[in-house]
Design a protein. Structure first.
Length: 440
């Protein structure tokens, strides 16, 4: 196949990049993060989130330098390959694929739960699978249509979070933040890390559409920077306004006081206004937009990451083919959806979130090492954007992400084993297949 036939179409500007960046992440404001309160309480999750915010600010501006210098669909895979060679490129790319492929099933569970509130006759799993099929089809249809849809639902999701904050803050009391604030001691801080990361997981997906961005060296800076700043503000606002109305247990446990809920925002409003109130109904019904924004956006980014893996031969070549009519990575999108649907059948939201976090942190570590290596080994590489305060900024991201990786490994040894098994088995396959190709 000629090289021009496997190129992605350039259509994205800074506004759509902002929509993608915020959209990839915004479901983390609607669900998932509250599970960290059970681990660390208000103070434990707050401390974990504080350091995670610092990590993401440092990481995002460092990653922007890489994305502008090497604007390709593989993201971390391309950066690590250029900086450290094929082996590290494969590990970085595999970590990225694990993050992007395992995050959507967790979100799909939440979508199914939301829709099931209104259509209880349809099982949650069936709803999740239907959404997978619909949004995979939309992504196959075209990047411009997919990104335009993402922008619209992201704006709706942001507005809804602002409505939620405006509705709950009048009932905010500082004493609610102090209730049982550190139930599991300082160990709870480390146990809460994956759920603090969930607030921002997948923001780096903006880099994976660099190849489809008009003037990427300019527009990625604007889109990436504005997205992370928007998300930091929404994170702080959502955290404080949710917990402040009745304490952390109020938004973790359902009515029976035992079952852990994936719907912290409706629980907060329910305690203020009751289930019949307009604001409760509004947040519950429109809340699905925030979930869909991330679900759809991460599917989009995952398709690009897997496509690049196939295009360069680090995965089966058919994954690196584009649709002849729509010029989108259709094969990669469909394979990722198949894996995601299989993950749905496990029924374990928290565990899937944690595996996605293992992939994300591995990606951050490899990427920060890559930027340092490229600065040293390729000083003349054109860098339209340079990270401020180098090398301090990437080193901060590297240190915090490394500590976070060690912490979630200690607190999730079985899931760590699952993650490392996936990486090691795939790496062995990669080395064997490369050796076989070289012999041929």
């Amino acid at each position: 196949m000629a090289n021009e036939e496997i190129q992605l179409k350039k259509t994205l500007g800074p506004l759509m990049l902002w929509g993608l960046g915020v959209g990839y992440v915004i479901s983390g404001m609607y669900f998932g993060w509250n599970l960290g309160l059970e681990k660390g309480g208000t103070l434990g999750l707050a401390i974990a989130t504080f350091f995670v915010i610092i990590m993401y600010l440092a990481f995002t501006f460092s990653y922007t330098e890489l994305a502008c210098a090497i604007p390709k669909a593989g993201g971390a895979f391309d950066y690590a390959t250029k900086a450290m060679g094929e082996n590290w490129g494969f590990i970085g790319g595999m970590a990225q694929n694990i993050e992007f492929i395992f995050a959507p099933p967790a979100i799909a569970f939440a979508i199914g739960a939301y829709v099931n509130l209104f259509i209880p006759s349809v099982p949650i799993l069936a709803i999740a699978i239907i959404f997978y099929i619909i949004f995979t089809a939309l992504n196959i249809y075209g990047i411009k249509a997919a990104a335009s849809f993402e922008l619209i639902i992201t704006i709706i999701a942001v507005v809804e979070l602002l409505i939620f904050a405006g509705s709950s803050l009048p009932s905010f009391e500082w004493s609610n933040l102090e209730k049982n604030a550190l139930p599991n001691g300082y160990a709870g801080i480390f146990a809460a890390i994956p759920f603090a990361i969930w607030f921002f997981l997948a923001i780096e997906g903006v880099a994976n559409v660099a190849e489809e961005t008009v003037n990427p060296q300019r527009n990625i800076i604007i889109g990436f920077g504005s997205a992370i700043l928007t998300l930091v503000i929404l994170c702080i606002l959502t955290f404080t306004s949710s917990v402040g109305v009745g304490g952390w247990e109020n938004i973790v446990f359902a009515d029976d006081g035992v079952t852990v809920s994936d719907s912290p925002l409706p629980l907060a409003l329910k305690s203020i206004y009751g289930e019949g109130h307009l604001l409760y109904t509004l947040v519950t019904s429109i809340g699905i937009f925030g979930l869909v924004a991330s679900f759809h956006g991460i599917i989009l980014a995952a398709g690009r990451a897997t496509f690049e893996f196939g295009r360069v031969g680090f995965a089966p070549k058919f994954l690196g083919k584009v649709h002849p009519r729509f010029r989108t990575p259709s094969n990669a999108l469909m394979i990722n959806t198949g894996i995601g649907i299989l993950a749905l059948f496990t029924g374990k939201t928290a565990e899937i979130i944690t595996i996605a976090c293992f992939g994300a942190l591995s990606l951050y570590i490899v990427s920060m090492i890559s930027i340092i290596k490229l600065r040293r080994n390729e000083p003349d590489l054109e860098r339209p954007f340079k990270v401020p305060f180098y090398p301090v900024t990437p080193i901060i991201a590297l240190i915090i992400s490394s500590i976070a990786f060690i912490a979630i490994t200690i607190y999730n040894p079985i899931l760590a084993l699952v993650y490392f098994t996936i990486v090691i088995v795939s790496f062995i396959w990669f080395k064997l297949s490369r050796t076989k190709k070289q012999e041929i």
